[in-house]
Design a protein around this ligand. Structure first.
Ligand code: ADP
Ligand code: MG
Length: 215
């Protein structure tokens, strides 16, 4: 059953994200080994494990508080390019949702857009540069369309997750123009961008939490 997008959803999202990042740690390391320095899986696993440790100690009161805690933890624990980028994404989402107890579909779509805008403000990547933006932007567009068409929160997140997954796959043939992979030039083509892959995993976790799955 679809759950309301309340703090229990936000906590389940973060815990499910930690689980999928841990499960995909080696896969993300392999993707980053091919076109980067091989640390992406380890970096994100460290960050999400620290989020779970915090959730074991304290219960955030609102979705915004949970997202803000996640942002601060990712910024301090992840490092590399992805730490500040994910940290900014979660922080902008937290600011967008404010102190609301539950997110309606429009607020959810707005929070995803704010997260993506934060990544773009921080990293200056455009669509097609073979970065996590190539997962986030189709997700944001799909979420906005679904919300405008009257979908509930779970359906908005399902649409976002499907679009993010397609966006990550679509980075395969691209040549990287931002981040460490850009140093490889055309040799970066033929590999999936690790940050786009991890973004799709994290957005899929949000949809699973909204579909009522507990971590
Ligand atoms: P590092 O490149 O410092 O080792 P990570 O391996 O943790 O950091 O993260 C790499 C990912 O970060 C890339 O796959 C890409 O998705 C993302 N990334 C790097 N630079 C940018 C940028 N300028 N804008 C958006 N995303 C970026
Ligand atoms: Mg790396």
């Amino acid at each position: 059953m679809a759950a309301p997008l309340d703090v229990a959803w936000a906590i389940a999202w973060l815990r499910l994200s930690a689980a999928v990042v841990a499960e995909n740690r080696m896969a993300l390391i392999e993707l980053d080994r091919a076109i980067g320095d091989g640390d992406h899986g380890e970096n994100l696993d460290r960050g999400f494990s620290a989020i779970v440790a915090k959730l074991d100690e304290e219960s955030p009161a609102t979705p915004g508080a949970a997202l803000k805690m996640a942002a601060m933890t990712l910024m301090s624990k992840v490092g590399g390019a992805a730490g500040p980028l994910y940290g900014t994404a979660f922080l902008r989402a937290a600011t967008a949702v404010g102190e609301s107890a539950t997110l309606d579909p429009a607020a959810l779509a707005g929070a995803l857009a704010a997260a993506r805008d934060g990544v773009v403000a921080r990293g200056k990547a455009e669509s097609g540069d073979k970065t996590m933006v190539d997962a986030w932007t189709p997700a944001v567009d799909a979420a906005a369309s679904a919300a405008a068409a009257g979908a509930d929160g779970a359906a908005v997140l399902e649409a976002a997750a499907v679009a993010a997954e397609a966006g990550a796959v679509a980075t395969d043939p691209l040549t990287a123009r931002k981040g460490r992979a850009s140093y490889l030039g055309e040799r970066s083509a033929g590999h999936r961008d690790p940050g786009a892959a991890s973004s799709a995993l994290i957005l899929r976790a949000a949809a699973r939490a909204a579909a009522g799955e507990a971590a």
